[in-house]
Design a protein around this ligand. Structure first.
Ligand code: ADP
Length: 481
């Protein structure tokens, strides 16, 4: 890990805490062991929640400008350790080092600064009813459990940590077991910034062993989760026991609609972008829906770009696509593809693991893949693969395009490539999606609401919507003098 030392014990109440057992964290780049990680269970979860609970009155009473100052200090710490964080994250999850350096880690710092500033700008509704004043305040809700996935570990964690801490809620973060490292480094950064003990805690371990007792704890007042649909169901059941509000950012099967009037070079660029992070992005537009007359022209441009992608070590500047997260995940991705091929699909690109690279390195490399000849009701079109696997379907009318786009149980995002603004507005209005991008992708302002419809999630975060979630709103009504 480029000489960076990470303390992989839990971080609870401002102290490092061990567990009796550990598990081995390996790099998806070459399978090498990176660290032994504390394997938390119910006891450590209880300790972490107790620490957050003990810190709650002090943190809730900390004036917003001071909370904001501390968040800025943590963000500065992220900037100061950007190289270490980027190197460790790349070793741990295999996403491109240059993206971590230039995009992901700066964004993690930005998440913290954005919510610090937003806190100070929060509007307070004051109005009068028959002479009585109504004063509406955003009160801290209490300890929050944050459960995060492995595809963008620290970035997604700060997307939750920022608003939770700004709102006055202490947090317990349970990072994904495949990518535990940057959460531990981040704990050091919070301590160096002077965050009081217990306001930020890290619980390491497996989902069922550490995550489950954490989200089931009676002292947790909010649960924010990014991950898979089956896990969301389990968490929703646990949170229901104590009537705890949950925020879920789940999977997607988002479409990219390419209309005949689109700039086809731009459309091809947008399509190839979907292989970023080896396709392990919840927002990825994995279903290419192309208007029939431009299918071949689009495909030619797409294949030209996709074949130029260099697959290999994500630490190298020339690499365009790295490994998938884990050999087990690679197997899962390949299972989807094999079943699709058996059902009659054709691989226009890739169609299997990169066996030579995987064998030589010991990593988990899957070839960028495009499958055509897929039916709308087939597994490969309906289920999230979470790998570098796209499908190609065609349409002939706008109605058909919309029906195909909306024809899964998900509703996270959609991307349109079209040269016609009226069409873009018309189609966007009919799509079931939390975000619709036209002639662009992944442009994300933190002030905008973010989340998914249907099986893609519950609730929206970003801007004041995050404060809606992490706060208990209170209205204080006072009679006239
Ligand atoms: P994936 O299938 O992408 O690994 P998961 O939804 O299983 O996604 O995991 C996302 C996060 O949820 C991880 O941090 C994982 O440890 C955690 N997790 C898994 N199961 C549970 C559970 N029952 N309760 C709480 N957290 C869980």
């Amino acid at each position: 890990m480029a000489g960076v030392t990470v303390d992989t014990r839990h971080w609870i109440g401002g102290e490092r805490l061990d567990s009796a057992a550990t598990f081995t964290d390996r790099s998806p780049i070459d399978g090498t062991p990176l660290a032994e990680i504390a394997r938390g269970g119910a006891e450590e979860a209880r300790a972490a929640v107790a620490a957050a609970r003990a810190a709650f009155p002090g943190w809730a009473a900390t004036p917003p400008p001071e909370r904001a100052r501390l968040l800025h200090a943590i963000a500065d710490g992220v900037d100061a350790r950007l190289e270490d964080l980027a190197a460790v994250e790349t070793a741990d999850n295999g996403a491109l080092l240059r993206s971590h350096r230039r995009g992901v880690m700066p964004r993690a710092a930005h998440n913290l600064r954005f919510f610090a500033d937003r806190l100070l700008a929060l509007g307070h509704d004051d109005f009068t009813t028959r002479g009585h004043t109504n004063h509406v305040t955003w009160d801290p809700a209490g300890p929050a459990a944050l459960i995060t996935p492995w595809n963008a570990p620290l970035m997604l964690a700060t997307w939750k940590i920022g608003p939770a801490l700004a709102a006055g809620d202490p947090v317990v973060l349970k990072p994904a077991e495949w990518t535990p490292l940057t959460a531990s480094l981040f704990a050091d950064i919070t301590a160096e910034a002077g965050l009081p003990p217990g306001v930020f805690n890290v619980l390491q371990g497996y989902g069922a062993e550490a995550g489950e007792p954490l989200v089931s704890d009676a002292d947790i007042r909010r649960v924010s989760f990014t991950g898979s649909v089956p896990t969301a169901r389990r968490i929703a059941r646990a949170a229901a026991e104590h009537l705890v509000p949950t925020s879920f950012e789940l999977g997607g099967k988002s479409p990219l609609l390419v209309f005949a009037d689109a700039d086809l070079d731009l459309a091809a660029d947008l399509a190839v972008e979907q292989y970023d992070n080896a396709g392990q992005v919840c927002l990825a537009a994995t279903r290419l829906l192309v208007e029939e007359p431009v299918r071949d022209a689009f495909l030619e441009r797409f294949l030209h770009r996709a074949r130029a992608l260099v697959q290999g070590d994500p630490r190298e500047e020339a690499t365009g696509i790295g490994p998938t997260i884990h050999p087990r995940h690679l197997e899962r991705v390949d299972g989807f593809v094999r079943r699709a091929l058996a059902a009659g699909a054709t691989a226009l690109l890739g169609g299997g693991p990169h066996t030579e690279l995987t064998g030589r390195t010991g990593g988990a490399y899957y070839r960028p893949t495009l499958l055509a000849g897929v039916a709308q009701d087939s597994e490969i079109v309906q289920e999230e693969v979470f790998g570098p696997v796209l499908t190609l379907q065609t349409f002939t009318t706008e109605d058909e395009a919309v029906a195909l786009a909306n024809g899964t149980r998900f509703g996270l995002a959609a991307t349109l490539a079209t040269g016609d603004r009226d069409r873009a507005d018309r189609v966007a209005a009919r799509l079931v999606a939390g975000t619709v991008w036209t002639n662009c992708f992944f442009v994300r302002d933190l002030a905008a609401p973010f989340g998914g419809s249907r099986a893609s999630g519950m609730g929206r975060e970003g801007g004041d919507w995050s404060f809606d979630f992490y706060c208990d709103l209170k209205n204080t009504v006072t009679a006239p003098k």
